[in-house]
Design a protein around this ligand. Structure first.
Ligand code: NDP
Length: 296
């Protein structure tokens, strides 16, 4: 019998702990965690994400501000806004919603955010800290950090002796995920589009993390019996005969759940963890700014 990992429930638990920690910080020091979300342009999906981040921040008791800028905003003006937020003591987390319009250099913008307020964990300083195992002072990207918490719920914090395969090597999911697994003592393989014999590579894994962006690519018979399967993928399938579109992951859930020991569903697995970890990172940043040790 496979265990279905309930990401919604774990995320709700994270959010309630963040809220309690924020209340304690405010009671002890007067500091209210603050998050600024910046959106440029009218991308409908981005607008939904930004609204849900603001809502979740308020649920956590944070001070939350949204900066909605027109699509034609000049890069220099966006840089100036970020510099202002970097200097604002009421703001502990700065999040620039991606993608940005083509005329803006997203890499430059990310590197403008102070590493101390980079709650997305994309700044080179935070990437470097994760790569060198300086986890106590880093900000770790939210999706891999959330995936790691789900793995922890199943297997504990020490993954010594376990083989993990991460399928995907993006900077926002695959690579940081591999570093986190390594920091937890797993033996890690990172697979990608040039990997040969991917099914066999996966079959050797006690932990499979799928972050590919290809619907149901990872088949049930690629999964070692009893393995823990974390499906990061979010793919929307075109409407079928019933006229409704459907969200699926990168793993063939029906097939994989016949063999996995534990598996995340899509939706309701990794998805809700990302925003919960964004709140946790912002709370951590506020604790650091107040010179207090953040709760884990
Ligand atoms: P990217 O497109 O940046 O990276 C995809 C990775 O998959 C690449 O490394 C690519 O390899 C690899 N890949 C592509 N095709 C194959 C293949 N046939 N075999 C093996 N590897 C392959 O995607 P992201 O990392 O940004 O996202 C991955 C998935 O996770 C997406 O479905 C996305 O929607 C989802 N996602 C979910 C989030 C959440 O909150 N749950 C947050 C972020 C992403 P190569 O490098 O060789 O091209």
């Amino acid at each position: 019998m496979t265990t279905v990992i309930d990401g919604k429930a774990v995320a709700a638990d994270v959010v309630s702990k963040v809220r309690a920690a924020a209340e304690k910080l405010t009671a002890d020091t007067g500091v209210v965690p603050g998050i600024a979300v910046v959106i440029v342009g009218e991308d409908p999906a981005s607008k939904v994400y930004v609204a849900s981040k603001g809502k979740k921040a308020r649920e956590c008791g944070f001070h939350s501000v949204e900066h909605k800028l027109p699509a034609e905003t000049r890069q220099a003006d966006l840089v100036a806004l970020i510099e202002k937020l970097n200097a604002d003591p009421a703001i502990h987390g700065i999040l620039v919603q991606l993608p940005l319009p083509d005329h803006i250099d997203a890499g430059r913008i990310i590197q403008t955010i102070s590493p101390d307020k980079d709650v997305d964990g994309f700044h080179f300083i935070n990437v470097g800290k994760l790569g060198t195992g300086e986890l106590d002072t880093a900000f770790v990207p939210c999706t891999p950090a959330g995936s790691m918490l789900l793995i922890e719920r199943v297997l504990g914090r020490d993954l010594s002796g376990l083989n993990a395969v991460v399928v995907g090597r993006s900077n926002i999911v695959g690579k940081p995920m591999a570093n986190l697994l390594l920091a937890a003592n797993a033996t890690v393989t990172v697979a990608h589009s040039r990997t040969k014999n991917l099914p066999d590579v996966c079959r050797a894994a006690d932990i499979v993390v799928a972050a590919v962006g290809r619907p149901e690519m990872i088949k049930g018979d690629w999964i070692k019996p009893g393995a823990t399967v974390i499906d990061v993928g979010i793919n929307r399938l075109e409407a079928g005969a019933d006229g409704k579109s459907k969200l699926v992951g990168d793993v063939d859930y029906a097939g994989a759940s016949e063999r996995a020991g534990a598996i995340t569903p899509v939706p309701g697995g990794v998805g809700p963890m990302t925003i919960a970890l964004l709140m946790a990172n912002t709370m951590t940043s506020a604790y650091r700014a107040a010179d207090r040790k953040p709760p884990r």
